[in-house]
Design a protein around this ligand. Sequence first.
Ligand SMILES: Nc1nc2c(ncn2[C@@H]2O[C@H](COP(=O)(O)OP(=O)(O)OP(=O)(O)O)[C@@H](O)[C@H]2O)c(=O)[nH]1
Length: 331
Amino acid sequence: MAVRGLGQGRRYSGWLTCTTDNGLSWENPIYANCWMTAGCNPLCHCLLTTKPIDTFKLRPMKTAMTAHPPISDQMASVHASPPPGSAPFAEDGSVSGTGSSHSSALVSDVPDSSDPPSSSGKRQHHPDDIPTQPTKKARLSNEQREATIAAAVSVILDCLDDEPLRQGLRKTPARYAKALLSLTQGYKKSVEEVLGDAEFDENHSEVVLIRDIDVFSLCEHHLLPFHGKLHVAYIPSGSVIGLSKIARIADLFARRLQVQERLTSQIADAVERATKAAGVMVYVTCSHMCMAMRGVQKVGAQTTTTAVRGRYKQEADLRREFLDIVGQQSR
Ligand SMILES: Nc1nc2c(ncn2[C@@H]2O[C@H](COP(=O)(O)OP(=O)(O)OP(=O)(O)O)[C@@H](O)[C@H]2O)c(=O)[nH]1
């Protein structure tokens, strides 16, 4: 498949075969942005290795060489110019040539024209802004996301280990990419999908409390896990939702890059919206590996966060009842 002329602002993906000057050869999946009109040199776009590369060859992935929508002029302009000495693509889609090693960011955050810009150009987050829909990045194909992450992990391994291509590490970039996408699968789902049809008319207007729901998430500061338990209570007003859906809503938000406070609020907001409840209370206790394995190294430290909505905000008795049920000290 010919890739010549994919064009400025297009994205492409493929496998890049690299050979270092000491004869080592390996393949890296790449997913990159192209901003040249023809004959671009993939080395200038992909984040590959710190080792010198003297030959390279690009062959398409089975389903790849897809042209994606152009990235905005704004994003194209933040990239550095490609180095001189581009290599032409062959008609079969492969490209070979010589060059020196070069690295740059792999995939930029492509702004969406539907995002309301702030005066600083950044998207403003509003407290009511619950991300109930899959994110823009999650709409990329799994293959594209896996390839991008795996390529980045190859670079990380190259920085850590003297033999990044040894048997035990050879498949690590691909394994890690799969694992990370699994740990962040919440980006791909919406609250509506999670709920399905599991809303049932019921006159029960007393507390429904689901306790001891496991929570596993990734701290957005260090990409290290935090895990613990959460308890959710709501006061129905005319209908209830399937019990499992509360845990699914929790997973939807936990399986993203998070801070515990935001996770807690997002679950409370989503449960309130899904159940149209008169009141919601969420209580989360977690251990953060970024505080245990590294940094301050406090292995026993636990963080508790709560979020209250509706009647739980106004009525201390309801909060007390919640804490009694989950076995915590009343405050
Ligand atoms: N509020 C909040 N902070 C978190 C959460 N997860 C991790 N953190 C904190 O994020 C902070 C990041 O602080 P920085 O000083 O930028 O990073 P750092 O140098 O790695 O900090 P140390 O962990 O203190 O070594 C740390 O204090 C973490 O404990 C969370 O869920 N909520």
